[in-house]
Design a protein around this ligand. Structure first.
Ligand code: PLP
Length: 395
């Protein structure tokens, strides 16, 4: 395709799996001048936002927030709960579980990875076996990415919880919900999760830059003995500050946006939010399954019980570049898709269907993909968009 095409006009269709689209009312809520973060008007906004995040996490326990993207909350989860040399188990799911494990190694933790095929995901029996074999209880934490954004696969947190409980192992359970919170069912307290890592820029429909950790009482007890170095992320220091959950200058505009995004989520109802994500995800998968005909692109996730409802990764046929599809949708149709990360770079593209999204927005993105496959002469079967439309109009 020519590099000299003018930038396409019309609305930018954003189908990345994060950041995501921001609703107009969230943008309007943030569109205001600064306010002193000790001003009672702001304190009310802050308290409402903090209480709202707790409700979305489904926890009544502790919450700490950071001026940092999700990586910051990852770092907070490790440094507040663990000590140098501690062993942790990380369930391999893809690029993001690898990165969390790499961060843990950089902090001097002893990482035991439960290896997995990125298209199928980890065998929960292997987690159970690893914990059962650890008679001395050397393993201090089990870390899982609820929804692996890089591969479009979700892990069954309840099953992992049962596997931990079956062995009677006292390890903490740490979960990354960065691309599942506000999109997929998640219950911190019910599933006895000790530390939840979340971020602003996906299901919460906010700009990137704020992240948080929900922490259980058990997690706070472990925190009291944890010796990894930290300062900005230190939960004990946070509890001594006026806001209890934050250190430093508060990003006041994001908090105004957060209060509004929680209002939107609760107005729709969490269960309805999850159902909408399930429908849009299923429509996307139906489209990809049709395209897979004639040796076309196929679903990267090969384990139907683990399909993600917030992002679908599409594996290109051998010899065809995923970046050609992404470039074409962006340059010709003003549609942005996610790319492949790490070893999947160039092999997959990702369709984000989370956050502030409805049927026509999704169909617009799917249509652009189907046209791009024609333009780029990628083998596929036609009719994917038709299959998505049929599903969305019948359900
Ligand atoms: N974990 C998951 C599952 C993610 O999807 C991402 C980013 O997309 C991260 C962690 C890292 O978060 P951030 O990019 O906000 O630092």
């Amino acid at each position: 395709m020519s590099a000299t095409l003018p930038k396409p006009r019309g609305r930018h269709f954003f189908a990345n799996p994060g950041p995501t689209n921001m609703p107009d009312s969230v943008l309007r809520a943030m569109d205001r001048n600064s306010i002193d973060f000790n001003d009672p008007e702001f304190v009310e906004v802050y308290d409402a936002a903090v209480a709202g995040v707790r409700r979305v996490l489904r926890t009544t326990q502790h919450l700490f927030m950071y001026n940092a993207s999700g990586h910051g909350a990852w770092e907070a989860s490790l440094t507040n709960l663990l000590s140098p040399g501690d062993r942790i188990i990380v369930l391999e799911s893809g690029y993001f579980s690898d990165e969390w494990a790499n961060m843990a190694r950089a902090h001097g933790l002893d990482v035991q990875s439960i290896a997995a095929d990125w298209r199928r995901g980890v065998d929960i029996g292997a987690v159970r076996d690893a914990l059962a074999a650890d008679k001395a209880h050397a393993v201090k934490a089990v870390c899982a990415v609820h929804n692996e954004t890089a591969t479009g696969m979700k892990l069954p947190l309840e099953e992992i919880r049962v596997a931990i409980d079956d062995t009677g192992h006292p390890a903490l359970f740490l979960v990354d919900t960065i691309s599942s919170l506000g999109s997929l069912d998640f219950r911190m307290d019910e599933w006895k999760i000790d530390c939840v890592v979340g971020g602003s820029q996906k299901g919460l429909m906010l700009p990137t830059g704020m992240s948080f950790t929900g922490v259980s009482d058990k997690g706070m007890r472990a925190h009291a003995d944890a010796r990894l170095k930290r300062f900005y992320f230190d939960w004990t220091l946070m509890q001594q500050r006026p806001q209890k959950s934050f250190i430093g200058t508060l990003p006041v505009n994001i908090f105004y946006g957060l209060r509004e995004s929680i209002r939107l989520i609760e107005e729709e109802g969490l269960e309805n939010v999850f159902a909408r994500h399930r429908r849009l995800a299923e429509a996307t998968r139906r489209a990809v399954k049709v395209w897979a005909g004639n040796n076309g692109p196929q679903l990267f996730c090969a384990n139907p019980s683990r399909y993600s409802d917030s992002v679908t990764a599409v594996l290109m046929p051998e010899g065809y570049e995923a970046e050609a599809i992404r470039r074409c949708t962006r340059e010709r149709f003003n549609v942005s898709l996610g790319g492949g990360l790490g070893k999947l770079n160039g092999k997959i593209f990702r369709i984000g269907h989370l956050g502030d999204l409805n049927e026509p927005m999704l169909l617009g993105a799917l249509t652009a993909v189907e046209m791009a496959m024609r333009i780029e002469r990628v083998p596929h079967a036609n009719g994917g968009v038709e299959a998505a439309m049929a599903y969305l109009s019948e359900t």
